[in-house]
Design a protein around this ligand. Structure first.
Ligand SMILES: N[C@@H](CCC(=O)N[C@@H](CS)C(=O)NCC(=O)O)C(=O)O
Length: 211
């Protein structure tokens, strides 16, 4: 049995979306962020880092496996679904691997840095001016990439698109996408229209990034 330890308004929404796309059965344990956006301490009882998503897989013999990191969880679920949403003839395996890691490895750290400095008065404005161009470089690269293909790894949607959803949704709601990135905007519209995405939103509860 698959259990998703899910924090509202967070990266773990991607895991719910992927599970819905793959049609795998799962349960959700919900956790609510506090006013400073931190996760409740109950999550530390599941994993010492206390961050979401956490996937718990309980085997028929009661054996319990705990997995963290959205990208690793996506790969695990793709394997569980016999490779669906993973590389195939319509998916470039190298692009798939690259974007599966790029989302959390390169884009999210810049977005997180922007979020942190935006909360610092005066000096934060100076820091934002230094960091915003770093994000713009990523967004320009992504725009160029998506202008040439409908999905991140080729002609078919894959777990690479699932991984890229959170950083691009976060950039979008913070107003950092700007109108001159039509390929990214069209990609966001495509993912938001998918029935599995909509089902995941209904199941996951509050998620402020699907605008
Ligand atoms: N790279 C990790 C990041 C995990 C992470 O930072 N999760 C955030 C949710 S967006 C969290 O749990 N934040 C609450 C906290 O740090 O207290 C992943 O992709 O799973």
């Amino acid at each position: 049995m698959l259990i998703v330890h899910h924090l509202n308004n967070s990266r773990s929404q991607r895991i719910l979306w992927l599970l819905e796309e793959l049609g795998l059965g799962y349960e959700i344990r919900r956790y609510r962020r506090s006013s400073d956006m931190s996760a409740p301490k109950d999550l530390n009882a599941i994993h010492p880092l206390g961050k979401s998503p956490i996937l718990e897989d309980v085997g028929e013999n009661g054996q319990r496996c705990i997995l963290i990191e959205t990208g690793a969880i996506c790969e695990y679920l793709v394997e569980r679904a016999d490779g669906r949403f993973g590389p195939n003839a319509a998916i470039d395996a190298l692009l798939y691997r690259q974007f599966l890691h790029y989302a959390e490895g390169s884009v999210m750290p810049v977005l997180f840095a922007l979020l942190v400095v935006s909360k610092i008065p005066i000096l934060g404005r100076v820091a934002t001016k230094r960091i915003q161009p770093m994000l713009d470089t990523h967004l320009d690269f992504i725009e160029w990439h998506l202008a040439a293909r409908p999905w991140f790894a080729g002609d078919q949607i894959s777990a690479a698109d699932v991984m890229m959803s959170f950083p691009l949704e976060a950039a979008n709601v913070r107003g950092t996408l700007a109108e001159d990135r039509p390929a990214i905007t069209a990609w966001l519209e495509r993912i938001h229209a998918r029935p599995a995405y909509i089902n995941a939103l209904e199941k996951g509860g509050p998620y402020a990034f699907a605008a």
